[in-house]
Design a protein around this ligand. Sequence first.
Ligand code: C2E
Ligand code: CA
Ligand code: CA
Ligand code: CA
Length: 280
Amino acid sequence: AAKDRGGQNAIFYDELHSDQLHEIATIEGQLRKALDREELILNYQPIVDSTGRVSAAEALIRWIHPVHGFISPAKFIPIAEETGLIIKIGEWVLRTACIQHKQWIDSKRLPPFDLSVNVSLRQFLNQDFVEMVDRILAETRFDPERLVLEITEGYVNKNVEYGNHVLNQLKNRGIRIAIDDFGTGYSSLSRLKTLPIHVLKIDRSFIRYVQNDSANASIVEAVVHIGKSMNLKVMSEGVETIEELQFLKSVNCHQYQGYLISPPLPAAEFEARFQEFSLP
Ligand code: C2E
Ligand code: CA
Ligand code: CA
Ligand code: CA
């Protein structure tokens, strides 16, 4: 199947067999139609701070195919990136999430919290990206200071100048940036220091069994220290057990996300269960 390297979701076609290429072509064709047919939906997963308050929600895309049922974004997002479809899909994600979040907050059905939206590398490096973000913010009258964009470390190695330019434009609008899957890429710490970012999101592979796995424990502790010294918030994703949470609390991680608190939920369920989200 498609390979995921360094959190960049890159597909290497030369490593694929013809049946896999056929599958990709089929998925691509169906994905093109999925947007119009309203087969794509967003789920929302709460992110809580150390007091247990919901500080943000991450929007995560889902594809409910009429025949094949649920198709994981880990499968179709890399194909969307490779084919360029991610540009259209990414715009739809941002618009849909902003509209939903605004409804929740403006109607006072939910108290204020930040909205976190994933941006893939291809989208981020697309020359119309900032213009697209501006357009959606204006169209939905969304407060940029409530928006967090999650990007992976990938760009730090290529297109550094251009990437920094984009990040600064976003920062000037009050938008915050989280580095997603932190620790799985190859960004150098000296470069990290110079980036206009706000959050380090530790990849869930480092959270797993962190209380017993000494390698993971040192990585997590190191990231928390780096975050503190660079004035960044440190968030843990994929927190599944109370033991993992206890360790993360003991090293003063700032924010937590994972099945222990709640899985990603469809919007109506997220709203209905909002009061239950907290730290055990
Ligand atoms: P990610 O951004 O690193 O998102 C975290 C993934 O971990 C999500 O998988 C989430 O459902 C899952 N997760 C959350 N808590 C736990 C936990 O406690 N345990 C475990 N085992 N998993 C947990 P999901 O939703 O399948 O998304 C996979 C990836 O697809 C995301 O990884 C992200 O890279 C990409 N993706 C999802 N939605 C979007 C989107 O709207 N746009 C873009 N560009 N990429 C997206
Ligand atoms: Ca993410
Ligand atoms: Ca991750
Ligand atoms: Ca990711």
